[in-house]
Design a protein around this ligand. Structure first.
Ligand SMILES: [Zn+2]
Length: 103
């Protein structure tokens, strides 16, 4: 085996991993999850991973991102740099991001 062959094999491997990771990304939105999809994609080719995802039901979860003021505790659905309520009092308070998953 000369160097040319090794280069091609490495390229194919990188490409293979990239495709598998992309498939796994889609899998994370499904019931099966990203990790399982990645394993299936690596072991049985990404094509099998795609079918694996398709056979799995969509996750019945809803991801909601909230923003809560660390000072007054008010919650917002929109992103704010500073809490508008505290702003009126002349205080620039910190807003923290809260991620919630509801079923
Ligand atoms: Zn506030």
């Amino acid at each position: 085996m000369d160097y040319f062959d090794i280069d091609i094999i490495v390229l194919i491997l990188i490409f293979y991993l990239f495709i598998a990771a992309t498939v796994a990304k889609f899998g994370s939105a499904r019931e099966v999850g990203g990790k399982k999809t990645l394993l299936v994609s690596l072991a049985f080719t990404p094509v099998a991973g795609i079918f694996y995802i398709l056979s799995s039901p969509q996750k019945n979860t809803l991801k909601i991102t909230h923003y809560r003021c660390t000072r007054c505790g008010l919650e917002y659905t929109d992103k704010h740099r500073h809490c508008p309520s505290c702003r009126k009092e002349g205080v620039s308070s910190r807003i923290e991001k809260i991620k919630m998953t509801t079923y």
